[in-house]
Design a protein around this ligand. Structure first.
Ligand SMILES: C[S@@+](CC[C@H](N)C(=O)[O-])C[C@H]1O[C@@H](n2cnc3c(N)ncnc32)[C@H](O)[C@@H]1O
Length: 287
Protein backbone atom coordinates (compact mmCIF):
# COMPACT_ATOMS: atom_id res chain seq x y z
CA UNK A 1 0.00 0.00 0.00
CA UNK A 2 2.93 2.33 0.61
CA UNK A 3 3.59 4.76 -2.16
CA UNK A 4 7.15 4.61 -3.39
CA UNK A 5 9.28 7.25 -1.72
CA UNK A 6 12.39 8.84 -3.18
CA UNK A 7 11.72 10.85 -6.34
CA UNK A 8 7.95 10.76 -5.64
CA UNK A 9 8.47 12.37 -2.26
CA UNK A 10 5.80 15.03 -1.87
CA UNK A 11 7.22 18.24 -0.49
CA UNK A 12 4.75 20.61 1.07
CA UNK A 13 5.76 24.24 0.57
CA UNK A 14 3.32 25.55 3.20
CA UNK A 15 4.68 23.24 5.91
CA UNK A 16 8.23 24.06 4.93
CA UNK A 17 7.60 27.79 4.98
CA UNK A 18 6.10 27.74 8.48
CA UNK A 19 9.59 28.32 9.87
CA UNK A 20 10.92 30.26 6.91
CA UNK A 21 12.72 32.92 8.95
CA UNK A 22 14.57 30.39 11.08
CA UNK A 23 15.38 28.21 8.11
CA UNK A 24 16.75 31.23 6.23
CA UNK A 25 19.23 32.20 8.95
CA UNK A 26 22.10 29.86 7.98
CA UNK A 27 21.57 30.64 4.30
CA UNK A 28 21.79 34.35 5.02
CA UNK A 29 24.97 33.76 7.04
CA UNK A 30 26.43 31.96 4.04
CA UNK A 31 25.25 34.60 1.57
CA UNK A 32 26.88 37.31 3.64
CA UNK A 33 30.25 35.79 2.81
CA UNK A 34 29.73 35.60 -0.97
CA UNK A 35 31.65 37.87 -3.31
CA UNK A 36 31.33 37.21 -7.03
CA UNK A 37 34.46 38.10 -8.94
CA UNK A 38 33.83 36.42 -12.30
CA UNK A 39 31.00 36.69 -14.80
CA UNK A 40 28.39 33.98 -15.06
CA UNK A 41 25.00 32.86 -13.85
CA UNK A 42 23.89 31.93 -10.35
CA UNK A 43 22.32 28.55 -9.69
CA UNK A 44 20.32 27.77 -6.57
CA UNK A 45 20.15 23.97 -6.49
CA UNK A 46 17.23 22.49 -4.54
CA UNK A 47 15.73 25.97 -4.35
CA UNK A 48 12.49 24.83 -2.72
CA UNK A 49 9.92 27.63 -2.46
CA UNK A 50 12.39 30.09 -3.95
CA UNK A 51 12.83 32.53 -1.05
CA UNK A 52 16.60 32.27 -1.15
CA UNK A 53 16.70 32.35 -4.94
CA UNK A 54 14.85 35.66 -4.71
CA UNK A 55 17.41 36.96 -2.23
CA UNK A 56 20.22 35.94 -4.57
CA UNK A 57 18.55 37.80 -7.45
CA UNK A 58 18.00 40.88 -5.30
CA UNK A 59 21.67 40.88 -4.34
CA UNK A 60 22.88 40.39 -7.94
CA UNK A 61 20.13 41.83 -10.16
CA UNK A 62 22.34 41.80 -13.25
CA UNK A 63 23.06 38.08 -13.12
CA UNK A 64 20.97 35.32 -14.64
CA UNK A 65 19.55 33.39 -11.69
CA UNK A 66 18.27 29.83 -12.05
CA UNK A 67 16.45 28.03 -9.26
CA UNK A 68 16.26 24.26 -9.70
CA UNK A 69 14.35 21.65 -7.77
CA UNK A 70 13.07 18.11 -8.28
CA UNK A 71 9.72 18.93 -6.66
CA UNK A 72 7.04 20.33 -8.99
CA UNK A 73 5.12 21.51 -5.91
CA UNK A 74 8.07 23.55 -4.67
CA UNK A 75 8.73 25.06 -8.09
CA UNK A 76 5.05 25.94 -8.54
CA UNK A 77 5.13 27.75 -5.21
CA UNK A 78 8.37 29.53 -6.15
CA UNK A 79 6.94 30.75 -9.43
CA UNK A 80 3.67 31.76 -7.79
CA UNK A 81 5.51 33.77 -5.13
CA UNK A 82 8.21 35.36 -7.25
CA UNK A 83 7.10 35.11 -10.89
CA UNK A 84 9.25 34.05 -13.80
CA UNK A 85 10.18 37.45 -15.17
CA UNK A 86 13.68 37.63 -13.82
CA UNK A 87 14.33 34.17 -12.35
CA UNK A 88 14.31 30.88 -14.27
CA UNK A 89 12.73 27.94 -12.43
CA UNK A 90 13.80 24.49 -13.58
CA UNK A 91 12.63 21.01 -12.71
CA UNK A 92 15.88 19.18 -12.28
CA UNK A 93 17.45 16.45 -10.18
CA UNK A 94 20.76 17.37 -8.59
CA UNK A 95 21.69 13.67 -8.47
CA UNK A 96 21.71 13.13 -12.20
CA UNK A 97 22.30 16.61 -13.46
CA UNK A 98 19.39 16.02 -15.80
CA UNK A 99 16.06 17.78 -15.83
CA UNK A 100 13.26 15.39 -15.09
CA UNK A 101 11.64 16.56 -18.28
CA UNK A 102 13.81 14.00 -20.02
CA UNK A 103 16.59 16.08 -21.53
CA UNK A 104 19.46 13.67 -21.93
CA UNK A 105 22.47 14.14 -19.73
CA UNK A 106 25.02 15.27 -22.26
CA UNK A 107 27.13 17.53 -20.16
CA UNK A 108 30.31 16.75 -18.33
CA UNK A 109 31.62 18.75 -15.42
CA UNK A 110 34.05 20.41 -17.76
CA UNK A 111 31.25 21.90 -19.87
CA UNK A 112 30.24 23.80 -16.82
CA UNK A 113 26.54 23.53 -16.14
CA UNK A 114 25.59 21.84 -12.91
CA UNK A 115 22.40 20.29 -14.03
CA UNK A 116 21.28 20.75 -17.61
CA UNK A 117 24.28 19.67 -19.58
CA UNK A 118 23.46 22.38 -22.10
CA UNK A 119 26.38 24.39 -23.36
CA UNK A 120 25.78 27.42 -21.18
CA UNK A 121 28.72 29.30 -19.76
CA UNK A 122 29.75 27.86 -16.42
CA UNK A 123 28.12 29.54 -13.42
CA UNK A 124 29.84 32.11 -11.25
CA UNK A 125 28.04 30.65 -8.25
CA UNK A 126 26.51 27.32 -7.38
CA UNK A 127 24.57 27.93 -4.21
CA UNK A 128 22.71 25.19 -2.42
CA UNK A 129 21.09 25.41 0.99
CA UNK A 130 19.66 22.49 2.95
CA UNK A 131 19.31 20.36 -0.18
CA UNK A 132 22.41 18.21 -0.68
CA UNK A 133 21.48 16.04 2.29
CA UNK A 134 18.74 14.71 0.01
CA UNK A 135 21.16 13.69 -2.73
CA UNK A 136 23.14 10.44 -2.52
CA UNK A 137 26.78 9.72 -3.26
CA UNK A 138 28.49 12.84 -1.97
CA UNK A 139 31.86 11.39 -2.98
CA UNK A 140 30.91 11.97 -6.61
CA UNK A 141 28.49 14.84 -6.16
CA UNK A 142 30.76 17.34 -4.45
CA UNK A 143 33.63 17.08 -6.97
CA UNK A 144 31.07 17.26 -9.80
CA UNK A 145 29.50 20.45 -8.47
CA UNK A 146 32.89 21.96 -7.77
CA UNK A 147 34.00 21.15 -11.30
CA UNK A 148 30.89 22.75 -12.77
CA UNK A 149 31.74 26.19 -11.36
CA UNK A 150 33.56 28.71 -13.55
CA UNK A 151 37.25 29.25 -12.81
CA UNK A 152 37.32 31.84 -10.04
CA UNK A 153 33.66 31.13 -9.25
CA UNK A 154 32.13 29.88 -6.01
CA UNK A 155 30.56 26.71 -4.71
CA UNK A 156 28.60 27.60 -1.58
CA UNK A 157 26.61 25.06 0.38
CA UNK A 158 24.98 24.58 3.75
CA UNK A 159 23.61 21.30 5.00
CA UNK A 160 22.39 20.08 8.39
CA UNK A 161 24.58 17.67 10.34
CA UNK A 162 21.98 15.17 11.42
CA UNK A 163 23.77 11.96 12.42
CA UNK A 164 23.35 12.62 16.13
CA UNK A 165 20.36 14.94 16.03
CA UNK A 166 17.67 13.95 18.56
CA UNK A 167 14.93 14.55 15.99
CA UNK A 168 16.51 11.85 13.81
CA UNK A 169 16.75 9.51 16.79
CA UNK A 170 12.99 10.06 17.21
CA UNK A 171 12.45 9.03 13.59
CA UNK A 172 14.39 5.81 14.19
CA UNK A 173 12.24 5.17 17.25
CA UNK A 174 8.90 5.77 15.56
CA UNK A 175 9.82 3.50 12.67
CA UNK A 176 10.13 0.52 15.02
CA UNK A 177 6.86 1.27 16.82
CA UNK A 178 3.58 -0.34 15.84
CA UNK A 179 1.63 0.40 13.74
CA UNK A 180 4.22 2.47 11.87
CA UNK A 181 6.78 -0.34 11.69
CA UNK A 182 4.31 -2.39 9.63
CA UNK A 183 2.72 0.55 7.85
CA UNK A 184 5.99 2.09 6.72
CA UNK A 185 7.94 -1.11 6.11
CA UNK A 186 9.92 -0.68 2.95
CA UNK A 187 9.64 3.10 2.90
CA UNK A 188 13.06 4.61 2.77
CA UNK A 189 14.28 8.17 3.04
CA UNK A 190 16.87 9.52 0.66
CA UNK A 191 18.27 11.71 3.40
CA UNK A 192 22.02 11.35 3.82
CA UNK A 193 23.74 12.18 7.10
CA UNK A 194 26.50 14.71 6.46
CA UNK A 195 30.04 13.40 6.63
CA UNK A 196 32.86 15.27 8.36
CA UNK A 197 34.22 18.65 7.28
CA UNK A 198 37.50 16.85 6.61
CA UNK A 199 35.79 14.49 4.16
CA UNK A 200 34.20 17.34 2.21
CA UNK A 201 37.40 19.32 2.30
CA UNK A 202 39.18 16.42 0.62
CA UNK A 203 36.41 16.22 -2.01
CA UNK A 204 36.44 19.88 -3.06
CA UNK A 205 39.99 21.04 -2.37
CA UNK A 206 41.62 19.44 -5.45
CA UNK A 207 39.73 21.95 -7.63
CA UNK A 208 39.68 24.83 -5.15
CA UNK A 209 41.88 27.86 -4.79
CA UNK A 210 40.47 28.42 -1.30
CA UNK A 211 38.10 26.54 0.97
CA UNK A 212 36.30 28.16 3.88
CA UNK A 213 34.38 25.62 5.95
CA UNK A 214 32.71 25.95 9.32
CA UNK A 215 29.92 24.60 11.48
CA UNK A 216 27.41 26.37 13.66
CA UNK A 217 24.63 25.42 16.04
CA UNK A 218 21.34 27.28 15.68
CA UNK A 219 19.17 27.10 18.79
CA UNK A 220 15.71 27.87 17.47
CA UNK A 221 13.23 28.87 20.14
CA UNK A 222 10.00 27.06 19.30
CA UNK A 223 6.76 27.53 21.17
CA UNK A 224 6.40 23.87 22.19
CA UNK A 225 7.23 20.28 21.25
CA UNK A 226 4.43 20.15 18.69
CA UNK A 227 6.32 22.87 16.87
CA UNK A 228 9.34 20.56 16.71
CA UNK A 229 7.11 18.01 15.01
CA UNK A 230 5.79 20.68 12.67
CA UNK A 231 9.35 21.65 11.75
CA UNK A 232 10.44 18.05 11.13
CA UNK A 233 7.24 17.30 9.20
CA UNK A 234 8.44 19.84 6.63
CA UNK A 235 11.77 18.08 6.10
CA UNK A 236 13.01 14.78 7.52
CA UNK A 237 9.53 13.28 7.95
CA UNK A 238 8.45 14.13 4.41
CA UNK A 239 9.30 10.71 2.90
CA UNK A 240 7.22 8.95 5.57
CA UNK A 241 4.30 11.36 5.41
CA UNK A 242 4.29 10.91 1.63
CA UNK A 243 3.68 7.20 2.16
CA UNK A 244 0.80 7.65 4.61
CA UNK A 245 -2.86 8.27 3.89
CA UNK A 246 -4.32 11.61 4.94
CA UNK A 247 -6.28 9.96 7.76
CA UNK A 248 -3.12 8.37 9.20
CA UNK A 249 -0.92 11.44 9.31
CA UNK A 250 -2.31 13.05 12.47
CA UNK A 251 -1.79 9.87 14.53
CA UNK A 252 1.73 9.47 13.16
CA UNK A 253 2.62 13.06 14.04
CA UNK A 254 1.08 12.73 17.52
CA UNK A 255 3.23 9.65 18.16
CA UNK A 256 6.25 11.55 16.91
CA UNK A 257 5.48 14.40 19.33
CA UNK A 258 5.33 11.87 22.20
CA UNK A 259 8.88 10.81 21.38
CA UNK A 260 10.06 14.38 20.86
CA UNK A 261 8.79 15.36 24.32
CA UNK A 262 11.60 13.34 25.89
CA UNK A 263 14.20 14.44 23.35
CA UNK A 264 13.35 18.15 23.60
CA UNK A 265 12.41 18.98 27.19
CA UNK A 266 10.54 22.21 27.73
CA UNK A 267 12.33 25.28 29.07
CA UNK A 268 11.11 26.96 32.27
CA UNK A 269 8.83 29.15 30.18
CA UNK A 270 7.45 26.17 28.27
CA UNK A 271 9.29 26.91 25.05
CA UNK A 272 11.60 24.40 23.40
CA UNK A 273 15.12 24.89 22.10
CA UNK A 274 15.32 23.07 18.80
CA UNK A 275 19.01 22.82 17.98
CA UNK A 276 20.25 22.40 14.43
CA UNK A 277 23.93 21.83 13.71
CA UNK A 278 24.89 23.02 10.26
CA UNK A 279 27.94 22.58 8.06
CA UNK A 280 29.03 25.23 5.59
CA UNK A 281 31.45 25.08 2.67
CA UNK A 282 32.44 28.07 0.60
CA UNK A 283 35.01 27.09 -2.01
CA UNK A 284 36.48 29.18 -4.79
CA UNK A 285 37.30 27.28 -7.97
CA UNK A 286 40.90 27.44 -9.11
CA UNK A 287 41.36 29.99 -11.89
C1 LIG B 1 14.84 21.49 2.93
S1 LIG B 1 14.33 22.05 1.36
C2 LIG B 1 15.43 23.46 1.06
C3 LIG B 1 14.84 24.48 0.14
C4 LIG B 1 15.66 25.75 -0.05
N1 LIG B 1 16.97 25.49 -0.56
C5 LIG B 1 15.77 26.49 1.26
O1 LIG B 1 16.83 26.43 1.89
O2 LIG B 1 14.79 27.11 1.67
C6 LIG B 1 15.07 20.82 0.34
C7 LIG B 1 14.72 20.98 -1.13
O3 LIG B 1 15.56 20.11 -1.87
C8 LIG B 1 14.80 19.58 -2.93
N2 LIG B 1 15.43 18.35 -3.38
C9 LIG B 1 15.53 17.18 -2.70
N3 LIG B 1 16.20 16.28 -3.44
C10 LIG B 1 16.51 16.89 -4.61
C11 LIG B 1 17.21 16.49 -5.78
N4 LIG B 1 17.70 15.26 -5.89
N5 LIG B 1 17.33 17.37 -6.79
C12 LIG B 1 16.83 18.63 -6.69
N6 LIG B 1 16.18 19.07 -5.59
C13 LIG B 1 16.02 18.21 -4.57
C14 LIG B 1 13.43 19.37 -2.34
O4 LIG B 1 12.45 19.25 -3.32
C15 LIG B 1 13.30 20.61 -1.48
O5 LIG B 1 12.70 21.66 -2.18
Amino acid sequence: MSKPPSSKTQWNPATYLEFAAYRARPAEDLMARLELRVPGAIYDLGCGPGNLTRKLKDRWPDRAVIGTDSSPEMLAKAEKSFGAADITWRLSDIATGTPETGTPETGTPETGTPETGTPEAPPALIFTNAALQWVPDHDRLFPRLMAAVAPGGLFAMQMPVTGEAPYHACIKQILVRSPWRERLAGVRSDQVHAASAQRYYDLVSPLAATVDTWEAYYHHVLKDTAAVTAWVSGTALVPYLTALREDEKAAFLADYTDLALAAYPASKDGKVLFTMRRLFILAERKA
